[in-house]
Design a protein around this ligand. Structure first.
Ligand code: THU
Length: 134
């Protein structure tokens, strides 16, 4: 999908972010090979540690919808910075595609593009488990 379309979807769904504690709203969209996609926002909890980030809700929605092979993650937070995925999200994303392309929009309609493998080199994954099975 074109970046402008992804950004317009993200700007629309970010209103669903549930962030009463941090007031820091984030929206994410995961896209597959044939244009199929799923969205997510951050969902906080009064027990703060149970909060789930937008990236994980988007990826879990993508998988739960039965889609395979995620190719791209579009991420949006209306801040001056380009808000990067947290470490926990990098690990969860890498489960499904180590080479995921990540496009981050800031609040000024600017973007930066990353590869997940650059953000999380040498990730722990299923091969580590399989190679060391007893
Ligand atoms: N958050 C995300 O949803 N994604 C990120 O990439 C960074 C952080 C959320 C978690 C929490 O609800 C709020 O932003 C502040 O940490």
């Amino acid at each position: 999908m074109r970046k402008i379309e992804a950004l317009s979807i993200l700007k629309n769904i970010i209103k669903n972010a549930y962030a009463p504690y941090s007031n820091f709203k984030v929206a994410a969209l995961v896209e597959g090979k044939d244009g199929e996609y799923a969205c997510g926002v951050n969902v906080e909890n009064a027990s703060y540690g149970l909060t789930v980030c937008a990236e994980r809700t988007a990826m879990f929605n993508f998988i739960a919808n039965g889609y395979k092979n995620p190719q791209k993650l579009f991420l949006y937070a209306p801040t001056d910075d380009f808000t990067p995925p947290c470490g926990a999200c990098r690990q969860v994303l890498s489960e499904f595609n180590d080479n995921l392309e990540i496009v981050i929009f800031n609040g000024n309609d600017e973007f930066k593009t990353y590869k997940l493998s650059d953000l999380l080199p040498n990730s722990f994954n299923k091969e580590n488990l399989e190679r060391n099975k007893k």
